[in-house]
Every structure is written in C-alpha cells, then in structure tokens.
Design a binder for this molecule. Structure first.
Ligand SMILES: Cc1cc2nc3c(=O)[nH]c(=O)nc-3n(C[C@H](O)[C@H](O)[C@H](O)COP(=O)(O)OP(=O)(O)OC[C@H]3O[C@@H](n4cnc5c(N)ncnc54)[C@H](O)[C@@H]3O)c2cc1C
Length: 448
C-alpha cells in the first residue's frame, strides 16, 4: 500500500546505490522512509545513456569480481551479468603487443601483490616504490594502473589502503570483471521501484541545503520545503560533503569534520571517461589478428587517454577512453567534441591510421564531467597516506541520529565502487534498525 509519509521515521539523502539500498532495506523492515534526491533521476554515479543503438555508461560500468551483495541484487532484479572477455593489447614503441601473463608486465604487478603484506608506518604509493627501490623503467606501468584504477595521485594514495584493496579484491575474485547486461541503471531503477512498492517514497528534484540536528531529531531544509524525522542517512558524495554546500547545524563533531576536510584522509578522485561511437568496429579488422578481432582493453601509458576498452563479448561499435588520477585534471571541463578530437588523434597514432579517416567513421561522443557536476563533485574516493582508519569514523553513527553511507564510508577495502555503496547502505539500515529496536525494548511506548 502506498502511503504519503509527512513525518517519516527516517530520511535518506541521495538516490545513488547507497541511499536506495538503505531506504529499500529500511522500508522492508516496516520503517517509514522518505528519500530526497537533488536530481531528476535516481542512480547518482550509475548513469546509463542509450544513444545511436548503444548502451553507454557515463559513470560506473564494471563489476569488479563477484561481490556477494551486488551479485545477489542483480539476481533478485532478474538481471544478467556478462563477464568481460577478449584480448588485452599494449601499444609499445609503435607496435601493438598482445598481453601475456607470463611476460615482463607481470613484474610490476607483483608489486601490488607485495602490498598485501605491507606492515609498519604508512607510505604513499610513490614512497613505497622508492623504499622498495623499484627501477624507474618498471614504474610507469604500475603507476599508470594504480592512478588510473583508483582515480588517485601516487604521491597521496596510501600503500596500506592499496594492500587492503588487493586482499579485498582477491576475496571476491576481483581479477574477473562483469557488467550488467542491458545497462547498469536497471539496478537503481529496480531498487527505487521496490522502495515504492514497500511503501517508501522517493522525492526527486529535492536538494538538501541544510541539516539541523540534535539527538533523535533532524530537520532538513531543501528547495522543496522542510522535512523532519528522527534519523537521517546521509549518502551525499564525498566531494559534495567536502565542498560545504550542505550546511550542518550544529557543526559535525571534530573527528567527523576532520575526515571530511578537502585535503583530509579520504580524497575525492578525478577521472574522465568518454565513449566514441563509430559506424562500425573498424579496429576489429586491423592487425595483429586474431587478437584485434577480439580486442577488450588497449593500453598505452604514453598516450592520452592511456586506456581504452570495447564492450566485448557484446557486439558494439563503441570504444571508451579512460583517464584517471592527476592526468585527468587537465581534461576536466572538456566538451565531448574536444575529447572526441583528442581520442581520434590518439587512436590514429596507435593504429597507424589517418586521423581524418577515424573521424569520418565517428558518429557520436558521450561524456559526463563528474568533477564539475554539483551532485557529485568528483569521481570516487581513495584513501590518502595515513588515512586507513578514516572511513571507520564515517561508518559510526553521530548521536544515534546522523548515519553516513556511500562508497567513501567503506571500511573493507572496496571504497570507490558500486558494491561498496550498496553495502554501506545496508550497513546504515542495519545500524538504524538495531537502534530502533533497542529504543523500543527500553521504552515500549515508542514501539509501533
Ligand atoms: C566515471 C566513473 C566510473 C566509475 N566506474 C566504476 C566501475 O566501473 N565500477 C564500480 O564499481 N564503480 C565505479 N565508479 C564508482 C561508483 O559509481 C560509485 O562508487 C557509486 O556509484 C557511488 O554510489 P553512492 O550511492 O555512494 O553515491 P552517488 O551515486 O553519487 O549517490 C549520491 C546521490 O546524492 C545526490 N545528491 C547530491 N547532492 C545532493 C543534495 N544536496 N541533496 C540531495 N541529494 C543530493 C546525488 O544526485 C546522487 O544521486 C565509477 C564512478 C565514476 C564517476
């Protein structure tokens, strides 16, 4: 039965995967929940576009390994996972070389394995390379990987956090990757439908500007009026929290605001991704064969973008370019047209084709500027040197009233991912339900 909650028990801010999973979980326990979202759509940094006959992910695309909560949700929603396959190629000295796990590329990546055993005082990844006297010629591939994958700066990102991430990924078969067949946005859409079926409500286009709080009471000031409840789940992205656009009154406890400082222990990473759509998948006929026919990833650390991928094993005419970490800063604010020019020039150099020929086959370029987006203000988070304990601070409720969730609150090494966001929402819902049942037990008058 659908009800209109004028005074919900719990307010949730943000309809990304964290907010939706928290709200759905609470609604399934019979809690009256109202979710407020500033945009006109749900999904947050899961943002799928359909154009030119293609499914284009502007935000998250890959499911790294088989994280149990996410896999369970995909199954529950009746969706299908498609495992990525195909060849990884490197462009080196003008030649395209097929990646082989037994070749020298393995050397640098052994370093990431060593991080799992890293003990002692924390170091940045750059310092870790120095301390371990990694030869300069072995560094660029692994730095490119760490910065690209984590949208992070090698001089800032924590070596201990990278070690924990490696372990976490190993536990969930993180060397395999998947995507949701038919588009990632089907998951947040499913959660939003479920939430409403369970009697919860989503209010789109409702931007929270101010959070007034005291133990067991919150008042949210928004562009659509004021909302009150006894508890709130705050899934605002780290970049939004750091910007100070949303005011807290009274101010957050010092330990929490220290974690949310702009140059604090958890950083908002930078990434630029753009998808080029061509008339046909022209690269599939280039040499060497058969590998180019089944190209999955193409890596050229010297070029920009340094990483490209196809949609294999799905048929598609798209190539997606990725720039992560400090290199991405230069391209923030670039239009789709400018990125398309850059991409065609880079592909021309890599494939030894005329740039004009590549441009003549291009029919579209799609991108989203996550750093400039006021609803995100960054791509995804990473842990700075010495900051490994910081997400733990965010994962603890404040005065049993403010519950932070979102990818940046993960404590298990999975930060920066959709599955971390999903798990954090479930964690916050569990904390609230435990707190509500404690209160009901100690004060039966509050029980419903
Ligand atoms: C380019 C890119 C590629 C990525 N690739 C991958 C990938 O391949 N695999 C992977 O696992 N992860 C990937 N990620 C990360 C992943 O998208 C995020 O970790 C995850 O979606 C975050 O979910 P969330 O719920 O924590 O935050 P969000 O999805 O950002 O949700 C927060 C919500 O809060 C809303 N909001 C903001 N301000 C306000 C306000 N004032 N009032 C009300 N609502 C507000 C926002 O509109 C948003 O809907 C990628 C991210 C980006 C940007």
């Amino acid at each position: 039965m659908k009800r209109n909650w004028i005074n919900p028990d719990v307010l949730v801010i943000g309809a990304g995967m964290a907010g939706l999973s928290a709200a759905r979980s609470l609604a399934s326990l019979g809690v009256q929940v109202l979710l407020l979202e500033s945009q006109k759509r749900v999904g947050g940094r899961v943002h799928t576009l359909r154009a030119k006959g293609e499914i284009i992910e502007l935000g998250a695309e890959f499911i790294h390994g088989l994280p149990p909560e996410l896999v369970a949700l995909v199954r529950e929603a009746g969706l299908e996972l498609m495992e990525r396959s195909g060849a990884t190629m490197h462009s080196h000295d003008g030649a395209l070389i097929v990646d082989d796990d037994t070749d020298d590329q393995k050397g640098p990546f052994d370093l990431l394995e060593q991080l799992k055993e890293f003990r002692g005082g924390d170091l940045s990844f750059a310092e870790f390379l120095d301390v371990n006297q990694v030869p300069l010629d072995e560094r660029s591939a692994v730095i490119g990987f760490v910065e690209g994958f984590n949208a992070a700066d090698q001089h800032v990102i924590s070596a201990r956090a990278l070690g924990l991430q490696q372990k976490a990924e190993q536990e969930t078969e993180g060397d395999r990757s998947f995507h949701v067949l038919g588009g990632y946005d089907q998951l947040p859409d499913y959660l939003a439908r479920q939430l409403e079926e369970l009697g919860g409500q989503v209010r789109l286009d409702t931007r929270v500007d101010r959070i007034e709080w005291q133990p067991n009471r919150v008042v949210l000031q928004t562009n659509q009026g004021t909302f009150t409840a006894s508890k709130v789940v705050i899934t605002l992205p780290l970049g939004v929290l750091q910007s100070g656009r949303v005011e807290f009154h009274p101010k957050l406890p010092q330990a929490v605001s220290d974690v949310l400082a702009r140059r604090g222990p958890v950083r908002s990473g930078k990434a630029v991704r753009f998808t080029l759509i061509f008339r046909e998948p022209f690269w599939q006929t280039l040499s060497p064969q058969p590998e180019m026919g089944e190209l999955s990833f193409l890596i050229n650390g010297e070029a920009v973008p340094p990483v490209w991928w196809t949609s294999l094993p799905e048929k598609s005419n798209a190539l997606t370019g990725w720039i992560g970490g400090p290199r991405a800063e230069r391209f923030a604010g670039w239009s789709a047209e400018a990125l398309a020019e850059l991409g065609c020039d880079t592909l021309a150099g890599t494939f030894h084709l005329e740039s004009t020929r590549i441009r003549s086959m291009l029919i579209g370029c799609y991108t989203h500027d996550w750093s400039a987006d006021p609803h995100a203000q960054g791509a995804y988070s990473y842990i700075a040197k010495g900051g490994l304990e910081a997400p733990g601070v965010l994962s603890q409720p404040v005065a049993d009233t403010l519950y932070f969730a979102g990818e940046h609150t993960a404590t298990d090494g999975h930060w920066g991912t959709v599955h971390a966001a999903l798990a954090s929402g479930l964690r916050a819902a569990g904390q609230i339900s435990a707190s509500m049942s404690d209160r009901a037990n100690t004060n039966p008058a509050t029980a419903r």
